[in-house]
Design a protein around this ligand. Structure first.
Ligand code: SF4
Ligand code: SF4
Length: 201
């Protein structure tokens, strides 16, 4: 379409909006009857692999996540279990929501100068932009826990402390490849509160 065609005057027929309404109805009806037909066939065992409209029985069953989805943060560890973070403050500086609070301390080893004594992320303010992950020069912070359930009864419980961030583990099994998204229906175990990362108060 020529860019100027967008601004040409609408015809009388177009100004009634009836063609566009009709188009919308056709699409909706197409999906409705297609789903209904697939559901009936699957129900009677004719085409079991055909699925109609899929309702995921969340939270027992849910879709896998897109691989690029940013979920709850975690701090990664070195082989000796200490945080990889060197308290460089890059993430705190770049965070647009100003929701990271770090206090740096001295580390006994000479080759690693600093360590975070305090490392808090206020999830109540976080906008999940992922800048902290991008900015980190040590791969010390990631957003691959697969935890999206962050509802809480208090603001205080939305603050992820260093200890909580270090206790989070990655859940690659909750993610899938882009091409598999349409097939992504998989039963998942309900996680414990500590795994979910936010305590209910
Ligand atoms: S995801 Fe964005 S808003 Fe949240 S802590 Fe990281 S940088 Fe800040
Ligand atoms: S998490 Fe990364 S960017 Fe943030 S202070 Fe630690 S080392 Fe620096």
């Amino acid at each position: 379409m020529n860019v100027h065609d967008k601004y040409k005057p609408l015809t009388f027929w177009e100004r009634t909006y009836l063609p566009r309404i009709w188009d919308g109805l056709v699409i909706t009806m197409h999906h409705f009857f297609r789903n209904l037909w697939h559901f009936i066939l699957a129900r009677f065992g004719v085409q079991r692999e055909w699925k109609g409209a899929v309702t995921f029985q969340y939270p027992e069953i849910r879709r896998l996540f897109h691989p690029r989805l940013r979920t709850m943060h975690r701090l990664t560890k070195r082989d000796d279990g200490t945080p990889r973070c060197v308290a460089c403050m890059m993430c705190e500086t770049v965070c647009p929501a100003k929701c990271i609070y770090i206090v740096a301390g001295q580390r006994p080893e000479k080759e690693i100068e600093k360590v975070p004594v305090k490392f808090d992320i206020d999830l109540g303010m976080c906008v999940f932009c992922g800048y902290c992950v991008e900015a980190c020069p040590e791969d010390a912070i990631r957003m691959d826990t697969g935890v999206i359930e962050m509802a809480s009864y208090s603001r205080q419980s939305l603050i992820l402390t260093k200890e909580r961030l270090l206790s989070h583990v990655p859940h690659p099994e909750y993610y899938t490849m882009r091409k598999d998204l349409e097939l992504a229906a998989k039963p998942v175990q309900l996680r414990t509160e500590s795994e979910a990362g936010v305590e209910a108060h």
